[in-house]
Design a protein around this ligand. Structure first.
Ligand SMILES: *[C@@H]1O[C@H](CO)[C@@H](O)[C@H](O)[C@H]1NC(C)=O
Ligand SMILES: *[C@@H]1O[C@H](CO)[C@@H](O)[C@H](O)[C@H]1NC(C)=O
Length: 419
């Protein structure tokens, strides 16, 4: 053997050991238990020093938030929050502050519910959070505050099974069961019409919102896992005021080949030069969360059922975790489905490298595709609304904070105004 220069030798062994550590990491991830913990990161949270039952510690007014438990049809208990909008709070402050407050056994016996029901214009945003932490983690509470400042806008948010105070362990069918149960609860027990309900999801929550929207537009769809436990009662196909997705991605395997933890540590990207190993590892991904396929099925179902549909795909250009190009890929899959038959209008605006072309919205990229509704109202369901899908790439906000920013609140507001 040729004697290697000691420095080269050192470099060789450092590289070899890095490769070895990476191989151990990937092999460990093939284990479903480790994979679920790595994907959902539900055990990583600040619950140890934050009291979720004291929403005032997150900046909310006394009793503005009602924590309550929600049962799923397969026997789990979810920990949820109802957040009152500031306008309703200001109008009923005395009544609200005098209520007993604290966690409720049954939300429909609380003042929060009463105010939701009393207001004929009340709207609900159902918030689906991303992985890791609990419903009050990080920027999530700022999202609720921003939503609460919209008029008549109540927010519902639950921790998925295994997250925060919710029972059970997370999995794709489990999280979909939980989120369908929450939405079903809003539509039935709270008797909130879908036309005054927006589904809002961020990161992993975009995949959740996509699955929920598909279930309610097409209850017999084959695109959801068979092991999802659905509510006993099946509702007719529903049309939500809007579905707003922030930092979405076409599917989990597609995301993992580019995902970087905190924008730094790559997961499957190092396998890109080895497509065969990459393909092998991808096959072991238990929960694949095929968002683009489910949203495509949603668009197809909306066409089939003549349901109005409004879908906003937003992404920050400076998102370090999920590249905005993945959000654009989701949009492109939907655009393709919209272009299949039917008369549609397309918009595409893109800021050029030299920055002279102005983009009316999104600051960076704005694209939209919508049905040309002939004959106006009554032609289509949901008060004459056709199908509308848009993409907005905003400049700032990163991966998490972007949900609290005005472009998201505007997307929610436009969705409610579109009905
Ligand atoms: C909610 O459910 C949890 C877990 O099952 C339980 O510990 C808690 O006491 C329940 N809270 C209320 C208010 O019923
Ligand atoms: C909650 O209260 C409402 C109204 O009092 C009642 O109809 C409903 O069955 C209760 N739900 C549960 C889970 O106890």
């Amino acid at each position: 053997m040729i004697a290697l220069d000691p420095i080269l030798k050192k470099a060789y062994w450092s590289l070899a050991s890095l490769g070895g550590i990476y191989a151990v990491f990937i092999i460990a991830l093939l284990n479903p238990w480790i994979q679920h913990h790595a994907l959902y990161a539900h055990k990583i949270h600040s619950g140890f020093w934050h009291d979720l039952n004291q929403p005032e510690s997150f900046g909310f007014a006394r009793n503005q938030i009602t924590p309550f438990n929600l049962s799923t049809p397969d026997g789990e208990t979810l920990y949820c929050w109802h957040i009152l909008p500031i306008d309703a709070y200001a109008a009923h402050e005395r009544e609200i502050t005098r209520a007993p407050g604290g966690p409720a056994d049954n939300f429909t016996t609380t003042v929060g519910y009463k105010l939701l029901k009393e207001d004929p214009e009340s709207r609900i945003v159902i918030n689906f959070h991303g992985n890791a932490g609990h419903l009050a983690q990080g920027w999530r509470t700022s999202t609720y505050s921003a939503l609460a400042s919209l008029p008549h806008t109540h927010t519902l948010a639950c921790d998925y099974r295994g997250f925060g105070f919710s029972t059970g362990r997370p999995s794709e069918p489990g999280i979909l069961t939980d989120s369908i149960a929450l939405t079903h609860y809003a539509l039935t027990s709270l008797a909130q019409p879908a036309s005054r309900t927006v589904l809002l999801g961020q990161s992993l929550g975009t995949s959740v919102a996509a699955g929920v929207a598909l279930h309610f537009s097409s209850p017999s769809t084959l695109e959801l896992p068979f092991s999802v436990t659905r509510p006993a009662e099946t509702l007719p196909p529903q049309s939500f005021a809007g579905i707003v997705l922030i930092a979405s991605f076409p599917s989990l395997p597609e995301l993992l080949t580019s995902y970087r933890i905190r924008g730094v540590l790559p997961i499957l990207a190092p396998l890109r030069p080895y497509p065969r190993i990459g393909k092998y590892v991808e096959k072991w991904i238990v929960d694949t969360w095929p968002t683009a396929a489910r949203l495509t099925a949603l668009v197809a179902a909306a066409k089939e059922e003549k349901l109005g549909l409004r879908l906003s795909v937003l992404h920050a250009r400076d998102d370090p975790d999920i590249n905005w190009k993945l959000g654009e890929k989701v949009f492109e899959a939907l655009e393709k489905e919209m272009l299949r038959g039917g008369q549609v209008a397309q918009t595409e605006e893109r800021r050029s490298v030299i920055g002279v072309d102005r983009v009316s919205r999104g600051a960076f990229v704005y694209r939209a595709v919508e049905d040309v509704v002939v004959g106006g109202a009554d032609e289509e369901g949901a008060g004459g609304r056709g199908r509308f899908v848009e993409l907005e790439i905003v400049r700032y906000g990163g991966h998490n904070r972007v949900v609290t920013y005005t472009p998201v609140m505007l997307a929610v507001k436009r969705a409610f105004a579109s009905v």
